[in-house]
Design a protein around this ligand. Structure first.
Ligand code: NAD
Ligand code: UDP
Length: 338
């Protein structure tokens, strides 16, 4: 089958691109490279072979999308294109709602016009907001996301719910990612943030390779076992398989479906630091800093619905995530530009 990946050159998109090609699908990638490099797509081509057509452009460009659908026998789309920096979203909400909500709606419109109704959407566990009961299940009530980024994801989720109610031809899978990390085990593709990373594992990996002097631990007085924040880190290769499993499920059914993609287990910041030290055999320089505004103490997934519906579960643990992330960072100290 031919699948459209918007944002297919990005961190998660490039790993899903690999998984799609490895599974024998043809892929069309649309990316404006605002947060990625065409090198990611070339490297996936080298790793997986197969047929990829690459378009440089903006997902809000309806004419370009119409041309793409007219030019390829696309049967499904996976929508990764969007902006994801929480701080930026606070500073420039119009841009975030414009790209994330406007981009999502532009894709939905073009799909409907082309008669393509199967869509997998990248959402986030932050739509649950701050909750006390753990683990988070898909039926946990949605909370108030802490920032415009999270709210933009929630808005797209709502548009998709309404679309499925209005038109029974739609077949939509909303994937709520927990904390994606890691890289393809070859070390050829991985996460390459512009500027200092805001997420823990990419930042710590840059410290481990000497690109940054030390990791700051944002708060050690949370109500968690060691006082530091707890998250459910999910290997990006497992995440990629979850997308294929969702597509397979949607092939047989219409309607609106939501799955958590996580491991079901949380790790603290200090456990991640110790894991990195285990993998590298070197001490990782770190210091405690004040809590980061808007941070939640802890959350992790109940991934059992994805197990039941999709036959999917994460197979890689924290040490695999860290070893693969560090290999990518060691082999590509400066990312794709290096
Ligand atoms: P990323 O920034 O690496 O990938 C996004 C891609 O979309 C990039 O290649 C970027 O160039 C492209 N893009 C941005 N705006 C575009 C536009 N207007 N038109 C076309 N292309 C555009 O991010 P990622 O980590 O791969 O995330 C992929 C998706 O998953 C995003 O929607 C993100 O919000 C969501 N998500 C990510 C995480 C995470 O921790 N990485 C967690 C939850 C959800
Ligand atoms: N964190 C940290 N130092 C950093 C980045 C993150 O201590 O440089 C902590 C953060 O406070 C949280 C955990 O690591 O408890 C995961 O943060 P990340 O930004 O990776 O994910 P998110 O908070 O978006 O779930």
């Amino acid at each position: 089958m031919t699948i459209l990946l918007t944002g297919g050159a990005g961190y998660i998109g490039s790993h899903v691109l690999f998984a799609c090609l490895a599974a024998g699908h043809e892929v069309v990638v649309l990316d404006d490279f605002s947060n990625s490099s065409p090198a990611a797509v070339s490297r996936v081509r080298e790793l997986a072979g197969g047929v990829v057509t690459l378009y440089r452009g903006d997902v809000r460009d309806g004419k370009l999308l119409a041309d793409i659908f007219a030019g390829h026998a696309i049967t499904a789309a996976m929508h990764f294109a969007g902006k994801k920096a929480v701080n930026e979203s606070v500073a420039d909400p119009l841009d975030y709602y414009g790209v994330n909500v406007g981009g999502g709606m532009s894709l939905m419109r073009a799909m409907a016009a082309a008669g393509v109704f199967r869509l997998v959407f990248s959402s986030t566990a932050s739509v649950y907001g701050e909750r006390v009961e753990m683990p988070l299940t898909e039926t946990s009530p949605l909370g108030e996301p802490a920032n415009p980024y999270g709210r933009s994801k929630m808005m797209v989720e709502r548009v998709l719910t309404d679309l499925c109610r209005a038109d029974p031809r739609w077949s939509v899978g909303v994937l709520r990612y927990f904390n994606p990390a890691g890289a393809h085990p070859s070390g050829r593709i991985g996460e390459d943030p512009l500027g200092p990373p805001s997420n823990l594992i990419p930042y710590a990996a840059q410290v481990a390779v000497g690109r940054r002097p030390q990791l700051l631990v944002f708060g050690n007085d949370y109500p968690t076992p060691d006082g530091t924040g707890v998250r459910d880190y999910i290997h990006v290769m497992d995440l990629a398989q979850g997308h294929l499993a969702a597509l397979g499920y949607l092939k047989e059914r219409t309607g609106h479906h939501v799955w958590n993609l996580g491991t079901g287990r949380g790790y603290s910041v200090l456990e991640v630091i110790r894991g990195i030290e285990r993998v590298t055999g070197q001490p990782l320089p770190w210091a405690v800093a004040p809590r980061r505004a808007g941070d939640i103490a802890q959350y992790w997934a109940d991934p059992s619905l994805a197990g039941k519906d999709l036959g999917w579960r994460a197979t890689r643990g924290l040490d695999d995530i860290l070893a693969d992330h560090l290999r990518w960072q060691q082999q590509n100290r400066e990312g794709y530009a290096g």
